[in-house]
Design a protein. Structure first.
Length: 249
């Protein structure tokens, strides 16, 4: 018995027996459906090679933006915390050096805190950004700068609120300027500033009232709450002139 052999290819058919049974129309439909399936398969393959869609790209970009934002905030927080730590250590060093200088030279040493406007800020509010040490003569009449002006790190200020800094009050404002001790110009502000003073005596003590607590608090310039979220408080013992710092956990 001789078999009928059929050969089927994409887009063509060679099977006389099927043609005779199903008819040309049914056979053609069968071929068209097979060709359509092949075309769809090729289309899916091409789509898989095309890469990300626009929506997928937008999702990836949004995730990357969120990660960058979080990383930037964390980095800024670390930098601000480090600047505050450096400012606290510097303030202690400046005060201790002034006390040691008074003892070593057997003279009065005055530390002045300058309240000036920030030339880089658009705000009119003034802050205490810097300090300077002065050495008086034997008669305590004339004073000369012993050190250059020290500026606190960027965005760190010494608070002028009485709750945070008892050293920065109206009673500590220096007003007795004279020819031997003139009001020297401060870079960027000239004579338009307020100076708060603290004196160390030759025995290491201070000119502060021994019945009160004396301290000064450093914090970020944008902080407005009391107490600030992060701060360093430096305390001065009036009778002995010793210095210590306090910081929240």
């Amino acid at each position: 018995m001789k078999r009928n052999r059929c050969s089927v290819g994409v887009g063509k058919r060679n099977c006389p027996k099927i043609d005779s049974i199903l008819g040309n129309s049914v056979g053609n439909e069968w071929i068209e459906s097979r060709n359509s399936a092949s075309a769809k398969a090729r289309s899916c393959g091409d789509r898989s090679k095309a890469g990300f869609t626009l929506v997928e790209m937008m999702v990836v970009v949004a995730i990357l933006a969120l990660i960058i934002s979080m990383t930037t905030q964390m980095a800024n927080h670390v930098v601000a915390s480090n600047n505050l730590t450096l400012a606290g250590e510097a303030l202690q060093d400046q005060l201790r050096s002034a006390r040691h200088l008074a003892i070593a030279k057997d003279r009065v040493v005055e530390v002045r805190f300058y309240k000036t406007s920030d030339p880089e800020s658009m705000e009119a509010k003034s802050h205490i950004h810097s300090m300077q040490t002065f050495l008086y003569d034997d008669e305590n009449m004339g004073a000369r700068p012993f050190k250059e002006i020290f500026k606190f790190p960027n965005n760190v200020v010494l608070s002028d609120r009485e709750q945070l800094s008892s050293l920065i009050t109206d009673s500590r404002v220096k007003k007795n300027w004279k020819q031997q001790d003139p009001k020297l110009a401060v870079p960027g502000s000239g004579n338009a500033y307020v100076a708060y003073s603290l004196r160390f005596m030759p025995d290491g003590s201070t000119d502060l009232d021994t019945q009160k607590l004396w301290f000064a608090t450093l914090h970020a310039s944008h902080e407005t709450t009391v107490p600030p979220a992060n701060y360093v408080t430096v305390q001065v013992k009036a009778a002995r002139g010793t210095i210590r710092s306090l910081r929240p956990n």
